[in-house]
Design a protein around this ligand. Sequence first.
Ligand code: ADP
Length: 311
Amino acid sequence: MILTVTMNPSVDISYSVQDFKLDDVNRMEKARKTAGGKGLNVARVIKQLGEDVLATGVLGGTIGDYITQELMKSEIKNDFFRINQESRNCIAILHDGKQTEILESGPTLSEEEGEAFLEKYRGQLSEASIVTISGSLPKGLESGFYRQMVEMGQEKGIPVIVDTSGESLKQVLFYKVKPFAIKPNINELFQLFDMKWNMNVSNLKQLLTIELFHGIEWIVVSLGGDGAFVKHGNNFYRVTIPSIDVVNPVGSGDATVAGLAVALDKQQTVKDVLKTAMTTGMLNTMETETGFINLEKFDSLFDLVKVTKVD
Ligand code: ADP
């Protein structure tokens, strides 16, 4: 079973309005509400790939109830740690060809709640074959929180894939126990070093060779429409993808993590792991809905992904 962790999920509300008026009343004819959060996208794609998945994390209030109901509708098994505060809403207003976002920061967890979640997670690990941790941490939990989750996985011999950014990613990397895999996009990778890099293969190879990354089995640096650059053990790979009709790229990194988790769980070959991860990422970009893939197109795209070893 694949365990997907979302510590700060949301209900994502999207309003479409022709002519958005500031300091006035805007009536929304159409509102779309979905259970959001990177880890929930990962869970949805794993479910569509036909694999056994359990979604966990932290939820609260009626917004939390809504998220649980949405997961039930999609028949995704879920077992979240419940808190008394409300989970958050994230609002996107699509207007005049632009997108204005209003993002709540969400609940603040106490140290005790953090500990109680970890106890739940410890129990869930005994049924998991691989874990994905995605997105930001809720307020109140220290930025090294994911370190403990990676370490608990390692103690039980369960690979943990981490897809986060900024300080939480830094904390995970600057720790003696390394995650099994990370999937930063190129900007998240460069942000870590607070400096400008020219993105070319030789720079990336040099960067991923530094000690900070030692001990991470898989580093998948996703490059949007340019595919990915990957370090696996001591080997490097450039993964290229075909050009496709992109409808909505939001969540494609999450779909990539889902493909990665499923392929690693099935112990596919290095080449197939990378082809699967790229294919699920691409499939997500071809749909309006975030965290949704059309499996009928899987095989044809999979065949067009090229993996080349970099010397
Ligand atoms: P994130 O969503 O984390 O920023 P990326 O934008 O790098 O991640 O996308 C993850 C993967 O999704 C890419 O490696 C690729 O497989 C696919 N993808 C993303 N954008 C495009 C695009 N414009 N065209 C084709 N595939 C894409």
